[in-house]
Design a protein. Structure first.
Length: 145
């Protein structure tokens, strides 16, 4: 059974491993701890049989705005509602904190993610040049809560 909860300190290493396995960017592992310490209310994990199969990291950028920094689901668990469950939990938490707008960035080549976010009510708002480590651009998307 799928369970979504806030990250706990013991989850950090499995989250780092999952990020390394599923995301093209190579993030400094220290970042994950910093996000946890800075804004634990925006850091969620998805568990299946006590194993972390997904995570979402988001932050508040202002009193009424938030930003999703990372959303990742294990390859074998995709298209089973895990990403939707993580996003739903994050958006509910942000709404509770009076956030009115959530933004994120996504690779233009990540068609599955683009479709996913559009289905969740996010709209394309712009292009950011040389956003990723490899120089690739990003699409900026937002959703009003």
């Amino acid at each position: 059974m799928l369970k979504i909860r806030r990250v706990q300190p013991t989850d950090i290493f499995p989250v780092i491993a999952l990020a390394f396995e599923t995301l093209p960017e190579r993030y400094n592992p220290v970042l994950f701890n910093q996000f946890y310490e800075a804004f634990p209310e925006g850091f969620f994990v998805a568990l299946q049989d006590s194993i972390i199969i997904g995570f979402l990291i988001g932050i508040k950028t202002a009193p009424t705005t938030a930003r999703i920094l990372m959303l990742s689901v294990k390859e074998t668990s995709r298209r089973q509602g895990v990403g939707t469950a993580l996003l739903t939990q994050f958006l509910a938490e942000m709404k509770q904190q009076n956030v009115q707008r959530v933004s994120l960035e996504v690779r233009p080549t990540n068609h599955r993610a683009l479709l996913f976010y559009e289905k969740q009510g996010f709209h394309l708002t712009g292009t950011l040049q040389r956003f990723y480590q490899n120089g690739e651009e990003a699409y900026s998307m937002t959703k009003e809560l």
